[in-house]
Design a protein around this ligand. Structure first.
Ligand SMILES: [Zn+2]
Length: 290
């Protein structure tokens, strides 16, 4: 996949943004209600993709818009990859699209990875907890094989999840699938596949930091967690050893850009490090040119 030329005036890239359109509401079902309660967010209403693009454009930011396909495990409809592709076509100055495949769908999933690339999307989003799979199970390797050969970036949720949080039995979701160490196998077996591990990976933050230090193809996105609650070691690594591997991300609509930026600013990172985290590292992880 060729490098994507992005506008000169872009100051940041939010690498973790969810559609809040009607398709997203349909794909979230009751799981999303628990996530909203967990994040204590008022966002619950449908926001059009046009409005989402306008919000990022106003900030002179681009964002990675993430797909979702968890149908085997949750029974809920996917966000069609065509919806993401259309959003990117409508707003190429703002959206970078990541599609999704249900990993349980075998050869169909592998074909869909090819179609995702053909649609002009630049990556694949996985949520091992809600999709219910261990990322390092070799049954799914043909999917990564395809992604690697097509030059698609992958993004995996890591750590605990707000989805189903506080519900009886966590709505049947299992946190074991979110352990970062499973991604270490994938990174080792696919050295040319870029992997973004989303969130601070709590309660396995140290494990995640070790993987990102050890594997050059693993990045970490700093989304889904109010920055003021970042684990101290996570902040220390972002400031020092991992300053070239950490990526700005919010998890909008669960966290707002304003809150993320205000709380992150309180850590008072050197300006050069901030620039890497907000923009420069994402250009490498997503193969962008400015
Ligand atoms: Zn997310």
């Amino acid at each position: 996949m060729d490098a994507l030329k992005i506008p000169q005036d872009i100051v940041a890239i939010d690498v973790h943004v969810h559609p809040a359109s009607q398709e997203a509401a349909d794909s979230g079902g009751e799981y999303l209600q628990w996530a909203r309660r967990h994040f204590k967010t008022e966002v619950g209403s449908v926001v059009s993709l046009d409005a989402t693009a306008a919000m990022y454009r106003e900030q002179r930011m681009m964002c990675v818009l993430l797909g979702k396909d968890e149908r085997s495990n949750t029974g809920l409809p996917a966000i069609p990859n065509d919806v993401l592709a259309q959003a990117v076509k409508d707003h190429p100055d703002t959206f970078i699209g990541f599609g999704a495949v249900d990993p349980h769908l075998g050869k169909w999933a592998v074909h869909e990875v090819q179609r995702i690339a053909d649609l002009g999307l630049r990556g694949l989003k996985f949520q091992p907890i809600t999709q219910g799979f261990f990322p390092n199970d070799e049954a799914y390797y043909p999917i990564y094989e395809a992604a690697q050969s097509l030059g698609l970036t992958t993004l995996f949720h890591s750590g605990t999840t707000g989805i189903g949080a506080g519900a009886p039995g966590g709505m049947g979701l299992r946190l074991k699938y979110g352990r970062p160490i499973h991604l270490d196998d994938v990174a080792a077996d696919f050295p040319d596949l870029t992997i973004i591990a989303a969130h601070p990976g709590w309660p396995w933050t140290d494990e995640l930091l070790a993987i990102a230090v050890h594997k050059s193809n693993v990045f970490i996105d700093m989304s889904g967690w109010a920055p003021k609650h970042f684990p101290p070691l996570f902040v220390q690594y972002a400031r020092t050893v991992l300053q070239d591997k950490m990526l700005f991300g919010t998890d909008w609509p669960l966290l707002t850009i304003e809150r993320w930026q205000a709380e992150f600013a309180a850590y008072d990172f050197p300006a050069a490090v901030v620039k890497k985290i907000m923009l420069e590292n994402a250009k490498r992880a997503l193969r962008l040119e400015q």
